[in-house]
Design a protein. Structure first.
Length: 278
């Protein structure tokens, strides 16, 4: 685990934060800790920040070692990230599978806030980018990319339905508020790059929007909150002058946020939701 070993209604979290003294005057509230559990896939597990380590007590669950939005959340006064159990590579089904593991279930039972990302691994989004990349199309032409993109609606619908089932499973273990964060546009579509043409970048970003929209609709129907981060990452995709998405030929963390992406993209998105709930 990195340096660290929600949901019925908005008022539930607001009351917890008020009791914790987050955003409240000393005269208005007495200090109390808000307990947070982080679950999900690699976009919740600091992938892209460098390093790799296994989460203690969860064999096969790996995280990056750099700082991300969860670490920054944990640094806030009277906020306790009781468990960071996000696992790189996990699908919605795998996230659902660890919810009942005693280590996770015990933490969820005490949580006021549960945060996670999920769904990208269900549709194998990396396969889309590989098939639609400029190098791949230079060799094989556009057919493979077009075939992949034609599959996107079906895969997105299935991923969103499974995400809803995962929220429902989390809700069985916690009275905390569940916040599902979406995915950023990975690619700058304003110009061609070495990775992908501007046209393909626009198509892939459009399908990211479709995935986010489907996830939002299904998880919000289960009572969770969905936070869209695309505006916060806008202008910082691969191929931009200031990318917040990693592309490094020697890294296995490619196409994940850098530390800057987590801290300037995901963290404000998470905190804006908490601020609205106060």
């Amino acid at each position: 685990m990195r340096a660290l070993p929600a949901r019925r209604t908005a008022s539930t979290l607001a009351a917890a934060l008020a009791l914790a003294g987050v955003g409240a005057s000393p005269a208005a509230a007495s200090p109390r800790t808000v307990d947070v559990v982080n679950l999900g896939d690699s976009y919740s597990a600091a992938f892209g920040t460098g390093g790799l380590q296994e989460v203690e007590g969860l064999p096969g669950c790996y995280q990056g070692t750099g700082e991300d939005h969860i670490d920054k959340l944990a640094s806030r006064p009277r906020v306790d990230v009781a468990l960071d159990a996000a696992c790189a590579g996990f699908t919605t089904t795998q996230v659902r599978g660890i919810v009942s593991v005693p280590l996770v279930a015990d933490a969820l039972a005490e949580a006021e806030l549960v945060t996670l990302t999920m769904g990208g691994n269900d549709i194998h989004w990396g396969d889309f980018i590989r098939a639609c990349s400029a190098p791949a199309e230079a060799v094989a032409g556009p057919v493979a990319c077009d075939v992949m993109l034609a599959q996107a609606p079906r895969l997105i619908a299935a991923a969103a339905a499974s995400a809803a089932a995962t929220v429902d499973a989390i809700d069985e273990e916690t009275d905390g508020r569940v916040v599902v964060l979406g995915y950023p546009h990975l690619l700058d579509e304003r110009q061609d790059s070495a990775l992908v043409s501007a046209e393909r970048a626009a198509q892939l970003n459009a399908w990211t929007d479709e995935l986010n929209a489907a996830l939002a609709a299904r998880v919000e129907a289960e009572g969770a909150v969905f936070v869209d981060v695309t505006d916060r990452f806008r202008g910082h995709g691969v191929g931009s002058e200031d990318p917040w998405i990693l592309v490094d030929p020697g890294s296995s963390h490619n196409l994940h946020p850098t530390e800057q992406g987590y801290l300037s993209g995901y963290y404000p998105g998470l905190m804006s939701q908490i601020a609205r709930a106060r």
